[in-house]
Design a protein around this ligand. Structure first.
Ligand code: SF4
Length: 495
Protein backbone atom coordinates (compact mmCIF):
# COMPACT_ATOMS: atom_id res chain seq x y z
CA UNK A 1 0.00 0.00 0.00
CA UNK A 2 1.43 3.37 -0.95
CA UNK A 3 2.49 5.44 2.04
CA UNK A 4 0.63 8.70 1.48
CA UNK A 5 -2.53 7.59 -0.22
CA UNK A 6 -5.45 5.63 1.17
CA UNK A 7 -5.52 3.41 -1.93
CA UNK A 8 -5.15 -0.12 -0.67
CA UNK A 9 -4.27 -1.99 -3.72
CA UNK A 10 -1.35 -1.90 -6.05
CA UNK A 11 -2.48 -1.47 -9.62
CA UNK A 12 -0.06 -1.78 -12.49
CA UNK A 13 0.93 1.42 -14.25
CA UNK A 14 -0.24 2.10 -17.80
CA UNK A 15 2.09 1.17 -20.64
CA UNK A 16 2.82 3.64 -23.45
CA UNK A 17 1.14 2.81 -26.75
CA UNK A 18 4.22 3.67 -28.79
CA UNK A 19 7.87 2.98 -27.99
CA UNK A 20 9.30 6.12 -26.39
CA UNK A 21 12.81 7.58 -26.82
CA UNK A 22 15.32 6.42 -24.19
CA UNK A 23 15.31 9.79 -22.37
CA UNK A 24 11.51 9.66 -21.93
CA UNK A 25 11.65 6.02 -20.83
CA UNK A 26 14.21 6.79 -18.13
CA UNK A 27 12.22 9.80 -16.95
CA UNK A 28 9.04 7.70 -16.80
CA UNK A 29 10.81 5.10 -14.64
CA UNK A 30 12.04 7.77 -12.22
CA UNK A 31 8.60 9.39 -12.09
CA UNK A 32 6.93 6.07 -11.33
CA UNK A 33 9.52 5.26 -8.65
CA UNK A 34 8.74 8.56 -6.90
CA UNK A 35 5.02 9.06 -7.50
CA UNK A 36 4.01 5.39 -7.27
CA UNK A 37 4.81 4.94 -3.56
CA UNK A 38 3.84 8.51 -2.66
CA UNK A 39 0.53 8.92 -4.44
CA UNK A 40 -0.50 5.54 -5.86
CA UNK A 41 0.32 6.95 -9.33
CA UNK A 42 -0.51 4.73 -12.32
CA UNK A 43 1.34 6.85 -14.90
CA UNK A 44 -1.73 8.00 -16.80
CA UNK A 45 0.54 10.72 -18.25
CA UNK A 46 -2.23 13.32 -17.66
CA UNK A 47 -1.44 14.15 -14.05
CA UNK A 48 -4.09 15.89 -11.95
CA UNK A 49 -2.76 15.26 -8.44
CA UNK A 50 -2.80 19.00 -7.73
CA UNK A 51 -6.58 18.93 -8.03
CA UNK A 52 -7.23 15.69 -6.17
CA UNK A 53 -5.54 16.36 -2.83
CA UNK A 54 -2.52 14.37 -4.04
CA UNK A 55 -4.38 11.07 -4.31
CA UNK A 56 -4.31 9.42 -7.71
CA UNK A 57 -7.92 8.83 -8.84
CA UNK A 58 -6.87 6.20 -11.37
CA UNK A 59 -7.55 3.52 -8.79
CA UNK A 60 -11.31 4.06 -9.30
CA UNK A 61 -12.55 0.96 -11.14
CA UNK A 62 -14.61 3.20 -13.42
CA UNK A 63 -11.56 5.34 -14.20
CA UNK A 64 -13.48 8.49 -13.14
CA UNK A 65 -11.57 11.78 -13.25
CA UNK A 66 -14.23 14.22 -12.10
CA UNK A 67 -15.46 12.95 -8.77
CA UNK A 68 -17.37 10.06 -7.25
CA UNK A 69 -20.12 8.13 -8.98
CA UNK A 70 -23.64 7.89 -7.57
CA UNK A 71 -22.68 4.68 -5.79
CA UNK A 72 -19.90 6.17 -3.71
CA UNK A 73 -19.96 5.22 -0.01
CA UNK A 74 -17.65 5.97 2.91
CA UNK A 75 -16.97 2.29 3.50
CA UNK A 76 -16.20 0.83 0.10
CA UNK A 77 -16.35 1.10 -3.65
CA UNK A 78 -19.62 -0.35 -4.89
CA UNK A 79 -17.98 -1.96 -7.92
CA UNK A 80 -15.15 -3.65 -6.04
CA UNK A 81 -16.00 -4.07 -2.39
CA UNK A 82 -12.44 -5.08 -1.59
CA UNK A 83 -11.25 -1.47 -1.80
CA UNK A 84 -12.38 1.91 -0.52
CA UNK A 85 -14.00 4.44 -2.84
CA UNK A 86 -10.94 6.43 -3.83
CA UNK A 87 -13.08 9.43 -4.75
CA UNK A 88 -14.65 9.45 -1.29
CA UNK A 89 -11.10 9.60 0.11
CA UNK A 90 -10.16 12.41 -2.26
CA UNK A 91 -13.22 14.45 -1.24
CA UNK A 92 -12.65 13.73 2.43
CA UNK A 93 -9.04 14.88 2.27
CA UNK A 94 -9.82 17.90 0.07
CA UNK A 95 -12.47 19.14 2.52
CA UNK A 96 -10.07 18.57 5.43
CA UNK A 97 -7.26 20.49 3.70
CA UNK A 98 -9.58 23.24 2.50
CA UNK A 99 -8.88 22.31 -1.09
CA UNK A 100 -12.45 21.44 -2.08
CA UNK A 101 -12.80 24.40 -4.45
CA UNK A 102 -10.20 22.71 -6.67
CA UNK A 103 -12.53 19.76 -7.15
CA UNK A 104 -14.89 21.96 -9.17
CA UNK A 105 -12.57 22.24 -12.15
CA UNK A 106 -13.89 20.14 -15.03
CA UNK A 107 -11.02 17.85 -15.94
CA UNK A 108 -10.48 16.40 -19.40
CA UNK A 109 -10.65 12.78 -20.44
CA UNK A 110 -7.32 11.04 -20.84
CA UNK A 111 -5.17 11.83 -23.82
CA UNK A 112 -4.17 8.21 -24.39
CA UNK A 113 -1.11 9.19 -26.41
CA UNK A 114 0.37 10.28 -23.11
CA UNK A 115 -0.64 7.28 -21.00
CA UNK A 116 2.38 5.44 -19.68
CA UNK A 117 4.72 8.32 -20.43
CA UNK A 118 6.15 10.81 -17.95
CA UNK A 119 4.15 13.94 -17.09
CA UNK A 120 7.22 15.75 -15.85
CA UNK A 121 8.52 16.86 -19.26
CA UNK A 122 5.29 18.80 -19.86
CA UNK A 123 5.70 20.45 -16.46
CA UNK A 124 9.34 21.38 -17.19
CA UNK A 125 8.39 22.86 -20.57
CA UNK A 126 5.64 24.94 -18.99
CA UNK A 127 7.87 26.02 -16.08
CA UNK A 128 10.42 27.20 -18.65
CA UNK A 129 7.70 29.24 -20.37
CA UNK A 130 6.70 30.90 -17.09
CA UNK A 131 10.36 31.64 -16.36
CA UNK A 132 12.56 30.79 -13.38
CA UNK A 133 12.60 34.40 -12.21
CA UNK A 134 8.80 34.67 -12.19
CA UNK A 135 8.45 31.36 -10.41
CA UNK A 136 10.98 32.32 -7.74
CA UNK A 137 9.32 35.72 -7.27
CA UNK A 138 5.83 34.16 -7.06
CA UNK A 139 6.89 31.55 -4.53
CA UNK A 140 8.74 33.97 -2.29
CA UNK A 141 6.60 37.11 -2.50
CA UNK A 142 4.69 36.34 0.70
CA UNK A 143 1.51 37.83 -0.79
CA UNK A 144 -1.73 35.94 -0.15
CA UNK A 145 -2.46 33.45 -2.91
CA UNK A 146 0.82 34.09 -4.68
CA UNK A 147 2.16 30.54 -4.25
CA UNK A 148 -1.02 28.88 -5.55
CA UNK A 149 -1.18 31.36 -8.44
CA UNK A 150 2.40 30.53 -9.42
CA UNK A 151 1.79 26.79 -9.18
CA UNK A 152 -1.35 27.21 -11.23
CA UNK A 153 0.54 29.06 -13.97
CA UNK A 154 2.71 25.95 -14.32
CA UNK A 155 0.24 23.11 -13.80
CA UNK A 156 -3.00 24.47 -15.25
CA UNK A 157 -1.85 24.60 -18.90
CA UNK A 158 -0.55 21.04 -18.48
CA UNK A 159 -3.79 19.57 -17.15
CA UNK A 160 -6.09 21.71 -19.33
CA UNK A 161 -4.99 21.25 -22.94
CA UNK A 162 -6.26 23.62 -25.65
CA UNK A 163 -8.86 21.12 -26.83
CA UNK A 164 -10.51 21.06 -23.40
CA UNK A 165 -10.03 24.28 -21.40
CA UNK A 166 -12.12 23.13 -18.47
CA UNK A 167 -12.80 25.50 -15.58
CA UNK A 168 -14.85 25.85 -12.41
CA UNK A 169 -17.34 28.37 -13.76
CA UNK A 170 -21.00 28.20 -14.65
CA UNK A 171 -21.70 28.40 -18.38
CA UNK A 172 -25.27 29.47 -19.05
CA UNK A 173 -26.88 27.95 -22.16
CA UNK A 174 -26.58 30.20 -25.19
CA UNK A 175 -30.09 29.81 -26.54
CA UNK A 176 -33.44 31.19 -25.44
CA UNK A 177 -36.30 29.30 -27.09
CA UNK A 178 -36.93 25.97 -25.31
CA UNK A 179 -35.29 23.08 -27.10
CA UNK A 180 -37.95 20.55 -26.10
CA UNK A 181 -41.46 20.13 -24.77
CA UNK A 182 -39.99 19.19 -21.39
CA UNK A 183 -37.95 22.39 -21.27
CA UNK A 184 -40.90 24.47 -22.44
CA UNK A 185 -43.10 23.17 -19.65
CA UNK A 186 -40.44 23.60 -16.99
CA UNK A 187 -39.78 27.14 -18.13
CA UNK A 188 -43.52 27.80 -17.98
CA UNK A 189 -43.41 26.85 -14.30
CA UNK A 190 -45.42 23.63 -14.55
CA UNK A 191 -44.83 20.80 -12.10
CA UNK A 192 -43.83 18.12 -14.60
CA UNK A 193 -43.68 14.35 -14.50
CA UNK A 194 -41.28 12.18 -16.47
CA UNK A 195 -41.03 8.41 -16.28
CA UNK A 196 -38.57 5.78 -17.28
CA UNK A 197 -39.32 2.98 -19.71
CA UNK A 198 -36.94 0.07 -20.09
CA UNK A 199 -36.26 -0.58 -23.78
CA UNK A 200 -37.19 -4.01 -25.17
CA UNK A 201 -34.58 -6.72 -25.29
CA UNK A 202 -35.58 -7.82 -28.79
CA UNK A 203 -36.58 -6.13 -32.03
CA UNK A 204 -40.27 -6.49 -31.12
CA UNK A 205 -41.53 -2.98 -30.36
CA UNK A 206 -45.18 -3.75 -29.66
CA UNK A 207 -45.01 -3.53 -25.86
CA UNK A 208 -42.79 -0.46 -26.11
CA UNK A 209 -45.32 1.29 -28.34
CA UNK A 210 -48.17 0.31 -25.98
CA UNK A 211 -46.27 1.75 -23.03
CA UNK A 212 -45.55 4.98 -24.87
CA UNK A 213 -49.22 5.37 -25.90
CA UNK A 214 -50.36 4.61 -22.36
CA UNK A 215 -47.92 7.02 -20.68
CA UNK A 216 -47.87 9.90 -23.11
CA UNK A 217 -51.01 11.71 -21.92
CA UNK A 218 -49.68 11.75 -18.36
CA UNK A 219 -46.07 12.80 -18.84
CA UNK A 220 -43.95 15.65 -20.06
CA UNK A 221 -41.37 13.24 -21.43
CA UNK A 222 -40.41 9.58 -21.36
CA UNK A 223 -36.86 8.43 -20.52
CA UNK A 224 -35.37 5.46 -22.28
CA UNK A 225 -32.50 3.89 -20.39
CA UNK A 226 -29.17 3.22 -22.07
CA UNK A 227 -28.45 -0.43 -21.27
CA UNK A 228 -29.05 0.02 -17.56
CA UNK A 229 -27.06 -2.33 -15.30
CA UNK A 230 -24.84 -2.92 -18.35
CA UNK A 231 -27.37 -5.33 -19.87
CA UNK A 232 -27.68 -4.82 -23.65
CA UNK A 233 -31.13 -3.82 -24.94
CA UNK A 234 -32.60 -1.73 -27.74
CA UNK A 235 -30.72 1.56 -27.94
CA UNK A 236 -32.07 4.62 -26.22
CA UNK A 237 -31.97 6.70 -29.42
CA UNK A 238 -34.06 4.12 -31.33
CA UNK A 239 -36.70 4.10 -28.56
CA UNK A 240 -36.61 7.90 -28.44
CA UNK A 241 -37.27 8.08 -32.17
CA UNK A 242 -40.22 5.67 -31.82
CA UNK A 243 -41.61 7.86 -29.02
CA UNK A 244 -41.25 11.01 -31.12
CA UNK A 245 -43.06 9.31 -34.00
CA UNK A 246 -45.88 8.46 -31.59
CA UNK A 247 -46.11 12.07 -30.44
CA UNK A 248 -44.34 11.83 -27.07
CA UNK A 249 -41.32 13.84 -26.02
CA UNK A 250 -38.35 11.63 -25.20
CA UNK A 251 -35.31 11.80 -22.96
CA UNK A 252 -32.46 9.92 -24.56
CA UNK A 253 -29.95 8.59 -22.05
CA UNK A 254 -26.28 8.35 -22.95
CA UNK A 255 -23.69 6.66 -20.78
CA UNK A 256 -19.95 7.08 -20.79
CA UNK A 257 -19.65 3.35 -20.30
CA UNK A 258 -21.06 2.63 -23.76
CA UNK A 259 -19.62 5.54 -25.69
CA UNK A 260 -16.20 6.51 -26.79
CA UNK A 261 -15.64 10.20 -27.49
CA UNK A 262 -16.13 9.50 -31.20
CA UNK A 263 -19.36 7.50 -30.90
CA UNK A 264 -20.82 9.98 -28.39
CA UNK A 265 -20.46 12.97 -30.69
CA UNK A 266 -21.74 11.05 -33.68
CA UNK A 267 -24.75 9.74 -31.70
CA UNK A 268 -25.89 13.15 -30.48
CA UNK A 269 -25.53 14.74 -33.91
CA UNK A 270 -27.64 11.89 -35.33
CA UNK A 271 -30.19 12.00 -32.51
CA UNK A 272 -30.58 15.75 -32.79
CA UNK A 273 -31.06 15.45 -36.55
CA UNK A 274 -33.86 12.94 -35.84
CA UNK A 275 -35.59 15.34 -33.46
CA UNK A 276 -34.40 14.10 -30.04
CA UNK A 277 -34.23 17.18 -27.83
CA UNK A 278 -33.55 15.95 -24.29
CA UNK A 279 -30.37 14.12 -23.39
CA UNK A 280 -29.57 12.71 -19.97
CA UNK A 281 -25.80 12.38 -19.51
CA UNK A 282 -24.59 9.58 -17.27
CA UNK A 283 -21.37 7.77 -16.50
CA UNK A 284 -23.33 4.51 -16.38
CA UNK A 285 -23.37 1.46 -14.14
CA UNK A 286 -20.15 -0.51 -14.13
CA UNK A 287 -19.80 -3.26 -16.74
CA UNK A 288 -19.21 -5.47 -13.73
CA UNK A 289 -22.96 -5.43 -13.00
CA UNK A 290 -23.79 -6.81 -16.42
CA UNK A 291 -23.68 -10.38 -17.68
CA UNK A 292 -20.37 -12.11 -18.43
CA UNK A 293 -18.16 -12.14 -20.38
CA UNK A 294 -17.19 -8.72 -19.11
CA UNK A 295 -15.46 -6.10 -21.18
CA UNK A 296 -12.70 -3.93 -19.77
CA UNK A 297 -14.03 -2.69 -16.45
CA UNK A 298 -11.58 -0.06 -15.27
CA UNK A 299 -11.60 2.28 -18.24
CA UNK A 300 -14.49 4.53 -19.13
CA UNK A 301 -13.52 6.84 -21.96
CA UNK A 302 -15.74 9.65 -20.65
CA UNK A 303 -17.52 10.33 -17.38
CA UNK A 304 -20.92 12.02 -17.08
CA UNK A 305 -19.39 15.44 -16.40
CA UNK A 306 -17.11 15.23 -19.42
CA UNK A 307 -20.12 14.22 -21.56
CA UNK A 308 -21.98 17.33 -20.38
CA UNK A 309 -18.97 19.52 -21.12
CA UNK A 310 -18.58 18.10 -24.65
CA UNK A 311 -22.29 18.23 -25.50
CA UNK A 312 -22.76 21.76 -24.20
CA UNK A 313 -19.86 23.01 -26.29
CA UNK A 314 -21.12 21.21 -29.37
CA UNK A 315 -24.46 22.98 -28.96
CA UNK A 316 -23.39 26.42 -27.71
CA UNK A 317 -20.03 26.84 -29.39
CA UNK A 318 -20.73 24.70 -32.47
CA UNK A 319 -17.52 22.74 -32.00
CA UNK A 320 -16.50 19.11 -31.91
CA UNK A 321 -14.08 18.05 -29.19
CA UNK A 322 -11.23 18.28 -31.70
CA UNK A 323 -12.15 21.90 -32.46
CA UNK A 324 -13.79 21.33 -35.87
CA UNK A 325 -16.71 23.63 -36.53
CA UNK A 326 -20.25 22.19 -36.66
CA UNK A 327 -22.09 24.18 -39.31
CA UNK A 328 -25.56 23.43 -37.95
CA UNK A 329 -25.01 22.58 -34.28
CA UNK A 330 -27.22 20.08 -32.44
CA UNK A 331 -30.04 21.33 -30.21
CA UNK A 332 -30.91 19.77 -26.91
CA UNK A 333 -31.85 20.27 -23.28
CA UNK A 334 -29.18 18.61 -21.14
CA UNK A 335 -29.83 16.62 -18.00
CA UNK A 336 -27.84 14.67 -15.45
CA UNK A 337 -28.46 12.30 -12.59
CA UNK A 338 -28.19 13.49 -9.00
CA UNK A 339 -27.75 11.25 -6.01
CA UNK A 340 -28.82 12.93 -2.76
CA UNK A 341 -28.23 9.87 -0.59
CA UNK A 342 -24.89 8.66 -1.95
CA UNK A 343 -21.77 9.22 0.16
CA UNK A 344 -22.12 12.53 1.98
CA UNK A 345 -24.58 15.29 1.04
CA UNK A 346 -21.84 17.95 1.10
CA UNK A 347 -19.76 15.89 -1.32
CA UNK A 348 -22.73 15.16 -3.54
CA UNK A 349 -23.72 18.83 -3.67
CA UNK A 350 -20.24 19.73 -4.87
CA UNK A 351 -20.51 17.09 -7.57
CA UNK A 352 -23.98 18.39 -8.53
CA UNK A 353 -22.58 21.94 -8.80
CA UNK A 354 -19.85 20.66 -11.08
CA UNK A 355 -22.47 19.04 -13.31
CA UNK A 356 -24.46 22.27 -13.50
CA UNK A 357 -21.31 24.21 -14.36
CA UNK A 358 -20.46 21.68 -17.06
CA UNK A 359 -23.89 21.98 -18.67
CA UNK A 360 -26.65 20.16 -16.72
CA UNK A 361 -29.95 22.05 -17.02
CA UNK A 362 -32.12 19.50 -15.23
CA UNK A 363 -31.53 16.77 -12.67
CA UNK A 364 -33.41 13.53 -12.36
CA UNK A 365 -32.51 12.24 -8.92
CA UNK A 366 -31.88 8.74 -7.74
CA UNK A 367 -34.82 7.11 -5.93
CA UNK A 368 -35.99 9.02 -2.86
CA UNK A 369 -37.79 7.31 0.01
CA UNK A 370 -37.25 10.01 2.60
CA UNK A 371 -38.84 13.26 1.51
CA UNK A 372 -37.73 15.11 4.65
CA UNK A 373 -34.08 14.12 4.44
CA UNK A 374 -33.64 15.60 0.95
CA UNK A 375 -34.01 19.03 2.53
CA UNK A 376 -30.41 18.74 3.73
CA UNK A 377 -29.24 18.04 0.19
CA UNK A 378 -31.34 20.92 -1.17
CA UNK A 379 -29.82 23.18 1.48
CA UNK A 380 -26.33 22.15 0.39
CA UNK A 381 -27.29 22.98 -3.20
CA UNK A 382 -28.65 26.33 -2.06
CA UNK A 383 -25.35 27.12 -0.35
CA UNK A 384 -23.64 26.44 -3.66
CA UNK A 385 -26.02 28.77 -5.51
CA UNK A 386 -27.14 26.25 -8.05
CA UNK A 387 -30.87 26.04 -7.36
CA UNK A 388 -31.70 28.85 -9.77
CA UNK A 389 -29.65 27.25 -12.54
CA UNK A 390 -31.14 23.77 -12.68
CA UNK A 391 -34.57 22.10 -12.63
CA UNK A 392 -34.90 19.27 -10.14
CA UNK A 393 -37.11 16.26 -10.78
CA UNK A 394 -37.37 14.01 -7.72
CA UNK A 395 -36.88 10.32 -8.50
CA UNK A 396 -39.48 7.90 -7.11
CA UNK A 397 -40.08 4.17 -7.42
CA UNK A 398 -43.43 2.67 -6.40
CA UNK A 399 -42.58 -0.41 -4.36
CA UNK A 400 -44.13 -3.66 -5.54
CA UNK A 401 -43.12 -5.76 -2.56
CA UNK A 402 -41.23 -5.92 0.72
CA UNK A 403 -38.57 -7.94 -1.07
CA UNK A 404 -37.98 -5.13 -3.56
CA UNK A 405 -37.78 -2.58 -0.75
CA UNK A 406 -35.21 -4.67 1.07
CA UNK A 407 -33.21 -5.29 -2.09
CA UNK A 408 -33.11 -1.59 -2.97
CA UNK A 409 -32.07 -0.66 0.56
CA UNK A 410 -29.34 -3.25 0.86
CA UNK A 411 -28.06 -3.67 -2.66
CA UNK A 412 -28.48 -0.47 -4.60
CA UNK A 413 -25.89 2.14 -3.75
CA UNK A 414 -27.23 5.63 -3.19
CA UNK A 415 -30.70 4.42 -2.12
CA UNK A 416 -31.83 4.58 1.47
CA UNK A 417 -35.19 3.06 2.45
CA UNK A 418 -36.11 4.23 5.98
CA UNK A 419 -36.95 1.63 8.60
CA UNK A 420 -40.53 2.95 8.79
CA UNK A 421 -41.16 2.15 5.12
CA UNK A 422 -39.54 -1.26 5.37
CA UNK A 423 -41.83 -2.07 8.32
CA UNK A 424 -44.93 -0.90 6.45
CA UNK A 425 -44.05 -3.04 3.45
CA UNK A 426 -43.34 -6.02 5.69
CA UNK A 427 -46.69 -5.63 7.44
CA UNK A 428 -48.42 -5.32 4.06
CA UNK A 429 -46.81 -8.57 2.97
CA UNK A 430 -48.27 -10.32 6.00
CA UNK A 431 -51.74 -8.85 5.48
CA UNK A 432 -51.63 -8.97 1.68
CA UNK A 433 -51.74 -5.80 -0.44
CA UNK A 434 -48.06 -4.99 -0.82
CA UNK A 435 -48.57 -3.22 -4.16
CA UNK A 436 -51.33 -1.02 -2.75
CA UNK A 437 -49.14 -0.08 0.20
CA UNK A 438 -46.30 0.72 -2.23
CA UNK A 439 -48.56 3.09 -4.18
CA UNK A 440 -49.78 4.69 -0.94
CA UNK A 441 -46.19 5.34 0.15
CA UNK A 442 -45.36 6.91 -3.23
CA UNK A 443 -48.43 9.17 -3.05
CA UNK A 444 -47.46 10.30 0.46
CA UNK A 445 -43.92 11.06 -0.70
CA UNK A 446 -45.26 13.08 -3.64
CA UNK A 447 -47.51 15.03 -1.31
CA UNK A 448 -44.45 16.16 0.66
CA UNK A 449 -42.22 16.72 -2.37
CA UNK A 450 -44.84 18.89 -4.10
CA UNK A 451 -44.58 21.38 -1.26
CA UNK A 452 -40.87 21.98 -1.85
CA UNK A 453 -40.57 25.13 -3.89
CA UNK A 454 -37.25 24.17 -5.44
CA UNK A 455 -38.38 20.80 -6.77
CA UNK A 456 -39.90 21.19 -10.23
CA UNK A 457 -41.36 17.78 -10.85
CA UNK A 458 -41.13 14.04 -10.49
CA UNK A 459 -39.25 11.32 -12.26
CA UNK A 460 -40.99 7.95 -11.88
CA UNK A 461 -38.96 4.78 -12.23
CA UNK A 462 -41.51 2.00 -12.14
CA UNK A 463 -39.06 -0.67 -13.37
CA UNK A 464 -41.37 -2.92 -15.38
CA UNK A 465 -44.56 -1.68 -13.62
CA UNK A 466 -45.27 1.10 -16.09
CA UNK A 467 -49.06 0.57 -15.92
CA UNK A 468 -49.10 2.05 -12.42
CA UNK A 469 -47.72 5.40 -13.61
CA UNK A 470 -51.02 6.89 -14.95
CA UNK A 471 -52.76 6.12 -11.66
CA UNK A 472 -49.97 7.70 -9.60
CA UNK A 473 -49.99 10.85 -11.72
CA UNK A 474 -53.79 11.12 -11.53
CA UNK A 475 -54.05 10.42 -7.79
CA UNK A 476 -51.08 12.57 -6.84
CA UNK A 477 -51.53 15.54 -9.09
CA UNK A 478 -55.20 15.21 -9.87
CA UNK A 479 -54.82 15.85 -13.57
CA UNK A 480 -53.98 14.36 -16.90
CA UNK A 481 -53.02 17.20 -19.12
CA UNK A 482 -53.74 16.73 -22.79
CA UNK A 483 -51.53 19.76 -23.42
CA UNK A 484 -48.63 17.49 -22.53
CA UNK A 485 -49.16 15.80 -25.84
CA UNK A 486 -46.21 16.57 -27.96
CA UNK A 487 -46.91 18.29 -31.23
CA UNK A 488 -50.04 20.27 -30.28
CA UNK A 489 -48.54 23.67 -29.85
CA UNK A 490 -44.93 22.67 -29.88
CA UNK A 491 -42.95 20.86 -32.48
CA UNK A 492 -39.21 20.35 -32.65
CA UNK A 493 -37.53 21.18 -35.89
CA UNK A 494 -35.94 18.16 -37.51
CA UNK A 495 -32.95 18.85 -39.67
S1 SF4 B 1 -17.66 3.91 -5.74
FE1 SF4 B 1 -17.69 4.79 -7.81
S2 SF4 B 1 -16.34 6.59 -7.71
FE2 SF4 B 1 -15.90 5.34 -5.91
S3 SF4 B 1 -14.14 4.13 -6.53
FE3 SF4 B 1 -15.99 2.89 -6.90
S4 SF4 B 1 -16.57 3.29 -9.04
FE4 SF4 B 1 -15.08 4.89 -8.43
Amino acid sequence: MPGFTPGRRYQPPFMPFKRQPLKKRVLAKIELAVKGPLFGCRMCGNCLLQETAFICPMECPKGLRNGPCGGSMPEKCYVDESRPCIWYKIYERSFKLDREALLLEVLPPLDWEKAGTDAWSDVFVQAKKVGVKNIAAGLSSGKAGSVSKTMDSIFRPVRQPDWWQGDSLYHAPKYFEPASELERRLKAGEFVVTAEVTPPSSTDTEKLRQNIQMLKPHLAAINFTDNSSAVPRMSSWACSKIALDLGADAVMQVTGRDHTRVSLQSSVIGASALGVRNILCLTGDSTMLGPAPHGRMDIVDLDGIQILWILRRMRDEGKYLDGREIKVPPQYFLGAAASPFASNMKFQALREEKKVNAGAQFFQTNVIFDADAIDDWLNELAKRNVLDKVYILAGLTPLKSYKTALYMHKKIPGIHVPEKILKRMEAAREKGGEKEEGVKITLELIEKIKRKQVVHGLHLMAVGWEEIVPRIVRDALGFTAPSMLFGNDFQTKVY
